[in-house]
Design a protein around this ligand. Structure first.
Ligand SMILES: [Zn+2]
Length: 216
């Protein structure tokens, strides 16, 4: 069975358009990126959600951001157990090899992953509680966040509160990585927590002193 097919034509057309315009007009720039390698100043950890457009929000060019996306922009705690850890591998490479100056965790409104966690933690999503659910086991990272948020929030406030808590949990988990903690203490790395409201286009930044999200 042939499971890998040629690209659908709408993607071929878009690619050819990009190659003929953006790429050909900036050929020297692309050549330089290829020969000199990447030196991104920041790593961004965002949700896979197609509405979260990291490079648009910050008007970023090629080579500027080292971007890792996963369900609900979560960072697991440091766990050197020999297992497969895609997010941890990306963080290790960004911090120890690329030596990025910033790691930005970007959360967002209407996050399906966070809603799934909310449903799972309130007994409304038994399918996510199964050991075989990749999404469910991934969202376990946010369970402690759910416990915290449910002490102070309820009802309609919960999704947004938990989306923001996902950012906070990820920042806390980032600090469990010894090389992240060391770089932060040496002030060669700063961590940032953001949450964006998709409809309004607003951006809020977490202040770890007040533990509040403040409009940018
Ligand atoms: Zn999301």
């Amino acid at each position: 069975m042939s499971y890998a097919k040629p690209l659908p034509s709408y993607l071929v057309q878009r690619y050819q358009g990009w190659k003929a315009t953006t790429h050909s007009e900036n050929r020297a720039w692309y050549k330089r990126l290829a020969t000199e390698g990447q030196r991104p100043r920041a790593m961004v950890i965002s949700c896979c959600d197609s509405r979260v457009h990291v490079t648009s929000i910050f008007g970023a060019d090629q080579g500027e951001f080292f971007i890792h996306r996963n369900i609900a922009n979560l960072v697991p705690a440091f766990a050197p157990d020999g297992d497969h850890h895609g997010t941890s591998a990306a963080i290790e490479y960004a911090v120890t090899a690329l030596k990025v100056a910033h790691v930005i965790v970007l959360g967002h409104s209407n996050c399906g992953g966070v809603q799934g966690c909310l449903d799972m933690c309130t007994g409304k999503a038994p399918e996510l509680e199964k050991a075989t659910s990749f999404v469910g086991r991934w969202m376990d990272i946010l369970r402690p966040g759910f416990e915290r948020v449910s002490e102070t929030h309820s009802g309609e406030e919960m999704p947004t509160a938990l989306e923001k808590e996902a950012v906070v949990v990820s920042l806390e988990n980032l600090m469990t990585f010894p090389f992240v903690k060391e770089a932060v203490e040496e002030e060669t790395l700063t961590l940032h927590g953001l949450w964006t409201e998709i409809g309004e286009g607003t951006l809020e930044c977490f202040d770890s002193k007040t533990r509040e999200f403040v409009l940018v």
